[in-house]
Design a protein around this ligand. Structure first.
Ligand code: ZN
Length: 267
């Protein structure tokens, strides 16, 4: 109970105001991670990367029972638009993970900025309804395909009650397939964490929102290693890393996401 209260206190102040009770030095900012995934769910039968990732988030040796935010493609004809895709989204929710909106088109991974209002708005509403049916509540966050958005689409998100959450640490695993050394996996994360550290306020907790792709079997096979890399490279970049540095409840996910989300456009 004490631990839950401590984490809650830490996150209530995350990225916002100084927290004198936190164990951190005057010059070492603390970091806290929210791992997020785009493009899922995968419906692969043989080795399902979405399920493999969910399993490793639960059982890894860094911090068991990590909870993540999955930005799903609710209507993808080879993913979230299928009965198996819906079952896997339901399973992710039952395991304590959060669902957000990614692509919404039955044509697949379509950029929102390429969709006219009379297509995008009803499809976003449909995606909200799909997730509400699965989880019992409306999704809070959206991350558009390719990260592509403009004033028009951001205004639409705002009007539909959706908050825009981009990542500030990208693993770039969406473009890593086949052969590549762990050097490259490490260097992408290292670079992003160093950039975060350069602007980190030592008196607040830095919230790192990490972007992975759960349809990538390569990511799935290396998920536990990625978690290790995040912790190691955060220390190397000059962050203080708490004992349990990853979100472990839906409430923590929301607090970290709210600290990093982009504000709605000015009207
Ligand atoms: Zn995507």
């Amino acid at each position: 109970m004490k631990r839950i209260m401590a984490i809650t206190l830490l996150l209530l102040t995350a990225c916002r105001t100084p927290e004198p009770g936190l164990q951190q030095s005057a010059t070492t900012p603390q970091i806290y991670f929210l791992v997020t995934f785009d493009d899922g769910p995968s419906i692969r039968e043989k080795y399902n990367p979405t399920l493999a990732i969910i399993n490793q988030l639960a059982t890894n040796d860094i911090q068991p029972n990590i909870k993540a935010l999955f930005f799903v493609q609710t209507e993808h004809p080879r993913g979230g638009g299928t009965p198996r895709g819906r079952d896997i989204m339901r399973y992710a929710h039952e395991q304590g993970h959060a669902l957000g909106i990614h692509s919404v088109s039955p044509r697949g991974h379509v950029a929102h900025i390429k969709q006219p209002d009379d297509e995008l708005i009803p499809e976003l509403r449909q995606a909200q309804e799909v997730i509400r049916t699965i989880t019992g509540s409306a999704p809070q966050f959206v991350r558009p395909p390719f990260g592509a958005c403009n004033i028009r689409t951001r205004t639409i998100y705002d009007e539909l009650g959706l908050e825009l959450l981009m990542a500030n640490v990208r693993a770039k695993d969406g473009v890593i397939y086949g052969f590549n050394g762990s050097l490259r996996r490490r260097s992408n994360i290292c670079k992003a964490l160093k950039k975060l550290r350069a602007t980190a306020d030592p008196h607040t907790v830095t919230c790192a929102v990490i972007n992975f792709h759960d349809i990538n079997p390569y990511t799935a096979r290396h998920m536990t290693e990625y978690l290790h890399i995040l912790v190691e490279e955060a220390r190397r970049a000059g962050f203080s890393v708490p004992d349990k540095p990853f979100c472990s409840s839906p409430e923590e996910i929301i607090r970290v996401a709210e600290a990093v989300r982009l504000p709605p456009p000015n009207r």
